[in-house]
Design a protein. Sequence first.
Length: 468
Amino acid sequence: MTQQINRKGRPKVLQASLEQIAAKLRDGTLSAAALMAGAEARYEATEDRLNAYRTWAGDRAGKQAGAVDTLLRTGADLGPMMGLPISVKDLYGVPDLPVFAGTDTEFPQEWRRPGPLVRRILSQLGLVTGKTHTVEFAFGGLGTNPHWGAPVNPWSAPGAPRAAGGSSSGAGVSLAQGSALAALGTDTAGSVRIPASFTGQTALKTTYGRWSLDGIVPLSPSMDTPGLLGRSIEDLSFLFAAIEERERVAARDVGGLRIGIIRNLVWEGIDPVIAETTQAALAKLEAAGARLVEVEVPHLDRVLDIFRRGGLGAPELRGFLDGQFPERIARLDPAVRGRVDQADEITASDYLQRRAVLAECGRSAMRAFEDVDFLVSPTVPVTAPLLADLEDPEFYRQANMMALRNTAIVNLLGWCALTLPTGVDGNGIPTGLQIIAPPHQEERLLAAGLGVEAVLGAALDLLGPPPL
């Protein structure tokens, strides 16, 4: 099948929503084999520069695509994700694909066993394109990895590669690359939202406990959440409905929507251009009928202080490593090792007190939603840093904390959130708006996100294609 190119220089299939592509697969105007062949061609054309994948599974996915076409021709339909190329973060178990979790050594075979989320994709015959790179044990917000190299932000200027965001770094790059049309990631402090924001995608961080963590290498079992990355909120709503096997949500008009702009902490130290793109997006929503209200979220100082001191992630990852892979600790990425070593200073009493404080703050912070429907903030307050600058440990530490700050709040307080693009910053890197909802309000969140996207524009219309 000849790839049709639109006026923006991208294959037409990359302009279509997942719903439109699924319909074309079923009416025979597009084949899964051609769809996967196009994904592989885009992988081969750019992977040496972008480094999205730890393990590419294009050959296997291509063979499965042929089977999908045969089944669809006979009228068999196993679910909405059937025939769609989907990348999977290399923390998840996928049959016959190795798990490294960003480390230097493959995990034992039992870690390939899929959990419920991957099983749902496979049961619908979604095409797993491969395992995307992650920060080692997902413990970082910038996407670096000394063992396998950092994925490169596709929006980087020539000769000046920038971070793709983490820890689901390869996930966002795979979507910008066009080797996948959806991506499965995880989010412990921002790990789907940061790479989505930096690479011009969208992402959904689910409420803790909504989706099972079975079949996923842990960072912090008390904070880890599975998450989705997509090319638009429309695609996220399609994926969410497919995974939960429910009806898709309808868009909520922004007219009358009460939006609480978080005013404390999230604007501190923000890049001026990112502040401008965020404020311009909010002004568009206000012009469309949304009511904007400034809101102070209680206890942000307290929860972020815990986070900066290692949170729950440092002691929980240290416990996992001590119990199952003590020999790996000495070989950890130094940026990860430094945070894991923080656990040596955390007593059992400290850990339990942290959990109690976070639970108490989460309950009290719900007051922020009393007079608004949703909260918003800039997703990431700073630009994607140059990879060369991140080689300096002190620069890395400060940049990592700034990248994680606004997103980590959501995890620490137990909420759900999504991000969508608002424009580009002074370095040409995409910027994002974070929309936040109370626990287990994903359907309302996606409905509002669809309404916001209708006002601001979908990513491609707003940003154009990345300069691959």
